[in-house]
Design a protein around this ligand. Sequence first.
Ligand SMILES: [Zn+2]
Ligand SMILES: [Zn+2]
Length: 249
Amino acid sequence: MAQKSLLERILDWLYPNRCGVCHRFCDDAICQDCKNNWSLIVPPYCLWCGRPFDPRSKASPLCGMCLQGRYKFDYARSVVIYEGVGRETVHAFKFNRKPRLAQPMGELMAEVMKRALDRDNGLLPSPRQLPSMLVPVPLHPKTQRFRGYNQAALLAEVIGQILDIPVETKILVQSRPMKPQATLGERERWENVKGAFEVAKPELVRGQIVVVVDDVMTTGATLNECAKALKRAGARQVYCLTFARTISI
Ligand SMILES: [Zn+2]
Ligand SMILES: [Zn+2]
């Protein structure tokens, strides 16, 4: 490695690398302790939407929501439960301008995606095919200007690089401003996203398998609306992949 210049050494001293979550000194975007504290989602979970089941409950392949057939996507998977350090990681990534966290978060998302494609999904047709593209949930241009980046697009870039799947950021657009979902109750969330997304280039989606990527899945209303727009444009299958997932107890 080339020796660091005096200026670089001074900058290192003034601005040392720190964990994006707990702020301890560390060379990576997140320290090992914080990563170890992510609550990974493990089976049993709903085969369709990925919602973790209470391990004490009777095993059933689908959750109550999916038994009603509410979702338009073919399946959804997430990496961690949205609580504790997992939740702090999402907050740092999104609100405290820590885009470097996309790397460790995206790496685990790629692993979960691979697992879903390989074997854990009873809903996939066989032979199983690789998705044609990753599509991040779009932000409204105003929100993106304010934040400086679309967190979902950064995650998709990392996953795309690992799995060698192209990322398309211009296919799905948010056609009108929405209230932040986090400020709303469950029923309002479904109303708030209705018709909020459009496919700008339907010819690129027709007949394709598309993976919608986002940071958090709560009710699934946003992902469902994206899937609806993509299916309307002719997508053959739509999968969803998020870093975190809320659980209601
Ligand atoms: Zn840390
Ligand atoms: Zn479900």
